[in-house]
Design a protein around this ligand. Sequence first.
Ligand SMILES: NC(=O)c1ccc[n+]([C@@H]2O[C@H](COP(=O)([O-])OP(=O)(O)OC[C@H]3O[C@@H](n4cnc5c(N)ncnc54)[C@H](O)[C@@H]3O)[C@@H](O)[C@H]2O)c1
Length: 303
Amino acid sequence: MLSIDLTGKRAFIAGVADDGGFGFAIARALAQAGASICVGTWPPAMNIFTNLLERGKMAESMRLPDGGTLAFERIYPLDAAFDTLEDAPADIRENKRYKERGDFSIRGVTALFQKDFGERPLDIVVHSLANGPEVKNALLDTSRRGYLDAVSVSAYSNVSLVRHLAPLMRPNGCFLSLTYMAGERVIPGYGGGMSSAKAALESDTRVLAFEAGRRFGVRVNTISAGPLASRAASAIGLIQRMIEYTKANAPLTRDFEAGDVGHAAAFLASPLAAGITGSVVHVDNGYHAMGMGVEGPGTVGAG
Ligand SMILES: NC(=O)c1ccc[n+]([C@@H]2O[C@H](COP(=O)([O-])OP(=O)(O)OC[C@H]3O[C@@H](n4cnc5c(N)ncnc54)[C@H](O)[C@@H]3O)[C@@H](O)[C@H]2O)c1
């Protein structure tokens, strides 16, 4: 039988701090397929996350369908805004939520992987993080600082992850990231330069697929996911409206679930997707294909 088997593979998922987002759903799916899972957690969210785990508050969502349990091999502190510790300003380095965390930069996490597991310990790297400090501002009202921060944390961080971690990948390694349709079409309310960051992430996926494919033999893809009420998305403010609108207008009316993205990620990370790189794969009940809403006067719908 053709199946997704990631036994013996190690994944690093950057951007997991609770059980409500895509990173966690991807961790579950990759673990279910047999991979071991390391995560990168934003230092300010690390205490809450480890407390949730230690107190068993996530026990239910850690349970896998086959009876097994999701376990994290490592939880590394990671602030993807910084390539090196020296790049972090003194007030961040001295902040109490960062101070005891060691080197939380992308170079720092790269060094930890090599220290803990050797020179080439990785097969799958997932970038599942984003931050736009001015996301509630229209692009027109976004400051230069806010725009550059959004692109730095949400898009450049993926370039940096590929640059640092591609040399650590075993043969047939795979990079994945999460994008949103706002990089291709106008989503009113998705502001602060986050739409620009997603457009950059998608373009970079193609260029990195070429460059890192030739240099390291790795694949680079991004999943364009439907709306989900994760912690990050809830900060945007209009997530419920986005979910309802998409459900009302997408080709498929089934509930869209984080697990849909987890399963697509497991496929893309597997040898079954050996020929897929440089792609934006939409996992959104087909909503991206629509050019007009179903609802409203005069609309010719399918039923
Ligand atoms: N939720 C949606 O509707 C939706 C739709 C399409 C794409 N996405 C994308 O999915 C990815 C995951 O987001 P999510 O919605 O699952 O939410 P989430 O809250 O589960 O994940 C976002 C994570 O990013 C982390 N983070 C923020 N700034 C960081 C930094 N500087 N360094 C390291 N980590 C940092 C947060 O701590 C959090 O764990 C993001 O790229 C997001 O844009 C989300």
